[in-house]
Design a protein around this ligand. Structure first.
Ligand code: ADP
Ligand code: NI
Length: 221
């Protein structure tokens, strides 16, 4: 008997990888499989350092964008996550926790406080947000802006610090404004010290980039 038996948790992670890969194969808005892959690996990295439940963090990271409000018309999008986990016979406790995370992971506006409460939830939110800043974050913002047909920049359109999710979700801002409305604010909204450290470096890169962008825009050679 020398066959290596995989633990149920590892099987669930492996199956969820296949499910998410297939589900996101035609996704070109910056929420493609490779975004999920980076968030998954980052969430695992942070979970190990912060002593959190690695499986909850991994499964929630893998599923965190499956039912994102930006890409679904479903009335109750998180049902898809529940159905998937039920089909895998995942324990009820895990399903409830993962759903709690995926329901609250999204950024909802500069002046809207985060409602994520558990350590694993905070870790997935941190990992997701780390992928929205730094070199990759910049690329994703422009990819998303193009996908939505937004202007890259327009000096006549000023950034808005949204007070509610409703305002934020209906905003038609430019991509450069998105830096002021979200990306540059993320560093101070990191929950874990592991993520805060990584964010410091990536945030500096955003600042350098924005400065250079505006300098070139203004004809300053
Ligand atoms: P969240 O759930 O917190 O919104 P996501 O994982 O869904 O995070 O990723 C959102 C990504 O889309 C980020 O990289 C962000 O920069 C980009 N994005 C969202 N809204 C805009 C926007 N209005 N303009 C440019 N990029 C955007
Ligand atoms: Ni995401």
């Amino acid at each position: 008997m020398n066959s290596i038996k995989m633990k149920a948790e590892d099987i669930l992670v492996a199956n969820t990888v296949q499910f998410v890969k297939k589900r996101l194969q035609n996704e070109f808005s910056g929420h493609d499989w490779w975004h999920i892959y980076r968030v998954w690996k980052m969430a695992l990295y942070i979970a190990v350092r912060e002593g959190a439940d690695k499986y909850v963090a991994q499964v929630a990271a893998l599923l965190h964008d499956i039912s994102d409000w930006k890409f679904t018309d479903l009335q109750n999008p998180s049902d898809e996550i529940r159905l998937w986990l039920e089909s895998q016979k995942a324990p009820d406790k895990l399903i409830r926790h993962v759903k709690l995370i995926t329901d609250y992971v999204s950024y909802q506006g500069a002046n809207v406080p985060d409602r994520i409460r558990t350590l694993e939830g905070k870790i997935v939110q941190d990992a997701d947000r780390l992928d929205a800043i730094g070199a990759i974050g910049i690329a994703r913002a422009f990819a998303y802006g193009a996908f939505k047909g937004r202007e890259m920049y327009n000096p006549d359109v000023k950034p808005v610090l949204h007070n509610s999710f409703e305002e934020y979700r209906h905003s038609q801002s430019t991509t450069i404004n998105h830096f002021y409305e979200k990306l540059l604010l993320l560093k101070d909204r990191m929950h874990t010290s592991t993520a805060r450290q990584i964010a410091t470096e990536r945030h500096k890169y955003l600042e350098v980039y924005i400065k250079k962008f505006l300098k070139e825009w203004n004809g300053d050679i």
